[in-house]
Ligand binder design. Structure first.
Ligand code: AHR
Length: 660
């Protein structure tokens, strides 16, 4: 019910607006009803190696096919002179390497050149660590970074000679400083002695990685993740957990130990979409489970690994034979138990010892594990059940996450939820990549969920623009913000939520929209990113009831396109109110804080608003800050009431501190 009253706010007066008598949207916040705890895991990230998110993205390695173990051994490399591929190298699981030998003319006529991932991005004055395993007594090579603009203009940016002084395999290192910023350099190595010289695991990293780790991650991208204050970090997929087939599923045991000996795996996304073929998309596993656990720890998020449940991707494999029979699941279940030991086990255990050898003797304090990704049909619970039994028996402390299938509702979803309850998993993973209309209609999605069953993990979601034509545009992010009020209001049942996918290389994407885009040098935080960040950094500790006409503010009829939720933040003694106005007109809002003690006073902090005049606009690499949250004047507070004008198509965050 709308009431006609005179609405004036300090903001509006200062902004020069003339407000006449108009409709006020009256809401009641029950200040004395500090409700369910908002789980520290509530907002987080889901990382999958899709869109060149790992190799060529977050993982800072700049050389593609560094171990010559792609099925086409020289993919990513140009060779000249006398170069042969050998297969008896020092690393058992990556046995190939190249031999550079005299080409019959000048010795410099033999060499190799790597194209990187869409080129090699270099920054002026930054240092790059080149390493290589080599053998060849009394030999030498030259290592160069070159500008590859064109054959005619190919310029050497920096070069250094490297002496290979042993007939045995040995690792060599050279530091190169780039004299300029360039997005698409190449790496060239050529003989400067008669040879032969054998080269294996040719690697180039920026020295300045996240926290300076040697096998490190790209700093700007990790910083973006950390800046949302994520509470959970789900990895490594997604469909890559399932693989195109079981042989190419993500196998965490292949992703740990010395990087040189982590076998290359086909990336499941390389041929998935005919319009986005990437035949050169493989996983080096260089950023494997150790690095992903370490990353979770360093960004302050609970690690949440997802393991294959014995089913290959069901979209691509509908025959029984493609999957593991229930009675043959033993090694898959052992992988799950071993993973828990790798993360948490003592250094006297097999897998805990490996973790310690890799540099982390302390436990990673793993609390959650997911079994299966987007599975459906009776074949999934049949396989999940023995996992649950084994994990419960060995590790009752670990929370298990099951799947509700690929859809937000429908047959698979309706079948799997009761099955997940029957199996008593702790959380159920829901996925929804849905259009704007759907997001607008879901303001009450979780209000009536069973409070006694498993909790919800909204593990993959994103608003996809109408007709698939718009990506990461402002309007989609606004509707995500609106939807998230429902997640927040139902924090007693929703314990985690992660947008998906997370990362995308502008030249290498298979799936969009994505949260963060990047090229070889730059990155851009999408509008959806800022929504996640506003929630993550204004999470609060407890839900507080907020109602309009006695109902949740969820875009219902008569609510003028408004969505809203409220939380209490115990450490700062602050109520945080999020209001999303999805309508095309500004909406005056008055919130009464009911149940305050007479001694309590409200004081408003500056508001944060997120808005774009153009709903189709987005942030781009060339204009990364086109649409960002802005701090504006505080809302008006008087007595136990807060009033504000929420602009059309605006996400506003209000912080009201309580003092005596
Ligand atoms: O996020 C992209 C893909 O969407 C994930 O790999 C999969 O789980 C879902 O289908």
């Amino acid at each position: 019910m709308k009431k006609k009253v005179l609405f004036l706010s300090v903001c509006s007066l200062l902004a020069g607006w003339t407000l006449n008598a108009q409709d006020i949207n009256r809401m009641v916040l029950q200040a004395n009803k500090i409700g369910a705890e908002i789980q520290p895991t509530m907002y987080g990230h889901f990382f999958e190696d899709i869109n060149f998110g790992a190799d060529g993205g977050l993982y800072a390695e700049l050389v593609k096919n560094r171990s010559f173990d792609f099925p086409q051994r020289l993919m990513g490399w140009d060779v000249f002179g006398n170069v042969t591929v050998q297969d008896d190298g020092p690393f058992e699981r990556n046995p190939h390497y190249v031999r550079l030998a005299y080409a019959g003319h000048d010795q410099k006529h033999t060499g190799i050149e790597n194209e990187g991932f869409f080129g090699i991005g270099l920054k002026k004055d930054a240092q790059y660590r080149f390493t290589v395993w080599a053998r060849g007594a009394g030999q030498s090579v030259r290592v160069e970074l070159i500008d590859n603009a064109s054959m005619e203009e190919s310029q050497v940016l920096v070069s250094q000679d490297l002496k290979i002084d042993s007939p045995e395999w040995k690792q060599y290192e050279v530091l190169l400083t780039s004299p300029q910023t360039i997005a698409k350099a190449h790496l060239r190595i050529f003989l400067t002695s008669p040879g032969p010289v054998d080269l294996e695991h040719v690697s180039l990293f920026p020295v300045d990685t996240w926290k300076g780790h040697k096998n490190g991650l790209r700093k700007d991208l990790v910083q973006a993740l950390a800046d949302t204050k994520p509470g959970v970090f789900r990895f490594p997929g997604g469909c890559i957990v399932e693989g195109t087939d079981l042989a190419t599923r993500y196998n965490w045991k292949n992703s740990v130990g010395p990087v040189e000996n982590r076998p290359v795996n086909e990336n499941r996304w390389h041929y998935t979409f005919p319009h986005r073929f990437f035949p050169d998309y493989f996983q080096s596993y260089g950023m494997g489970f150790f690095e992903l656990f370490q990353l979770s720890e360093e960004i302050g998020a609970e690690p949440l690994p997802v393991l294959n449940c014995g089913l290959a991707c069901q979209y691509q494999n509908d025959s029984e034979d493609a999957h593991v029979k229930v009675e043959d699941l033993g090694s898959y279940i052992q992988d799950a138990l071993d993973l828990i030991e790798f993360a948490n086990g003592g250094t006297d255990t097999k897998w805990g010892k490996l973790r310690a050898e890799m540099g982390h003797p302390e436990s990673f304090d793993l609390k959650f594990i997911a079994i299966g990704n987007e599975q459906w049909g009776p074949e999934y619970p049949a396989r999940l059940e023995p996992f649950v039994k084994a994990i419960r028996a060995a590790h009752p402390e670990i929370k298990i996450i099951g799947s509700s299938g690929p859809g937000s509702e429908g047959e698979a979803f309706d079948y799997l939820w009761p099955e997940m309850k029957r199996l008593k998993v702790d959380l159920v993973d829901e996925h929804f990549y849905r259009p704007e209309k759907w997001f607008l209609s879901q303001g009450n999605r979780y209000d009536n969920y069973d409070r006694k069953g498993p909790k919800v993990f909204a593990g993959e979601y994103a608003c996809h623009g109408a007709n698939g034509k718009k990506y990461n545009h402002f309007h989609a992010s606004l509707l995500e913000a609106a939807f998230m009020t429902n997640i927040e209001r139902n924090a007693d049942v929703v314990h985690m939520a992660t947008y998906a996918p997370l990362l995308a290389h502008v030249e290498g994407w298979q799936w969009r929209p994505d949260l963060i885009w990047f090229d070889n040098l730059r990155s851009v935080r999408s509008c959806s990113y800022y929504v996640q960040q506003l929630y993550g950094t204004n999470k609060g500790t407890n839900v507080v009831p907020l109602r309009m006409d006695g109902k949740p503010v969820s875009g219902q009829a008569g609510q003028n396109g408004l969505f809203a939720s409220a939380v209490w933040d115990e450490p700062t003694q602050t109520y945080i109110v999020k209001v999303i106005n999805t309508s095309d007109t500004a909406q005056p809002v008055a919130i009464t804080f009911e149940g305050l003690k007479s001694s309590q006073r409200l004081a408003a902090e500056p508001s944060i608003v997120f808005h774009s005049d153009n709903p189709d606009a987005d942030n781009t690499l060339d204009n990364p800050t086109a649409i960002v949250p802005r701090e504006t004047l505080a809302p008006t507070v008087g007595g136990n009431q807060m009033t504000a004008e929420v602009g059309a198509q605006t996400f506003a965050v209000y912080k009201i501190k309580v003092g005596e």
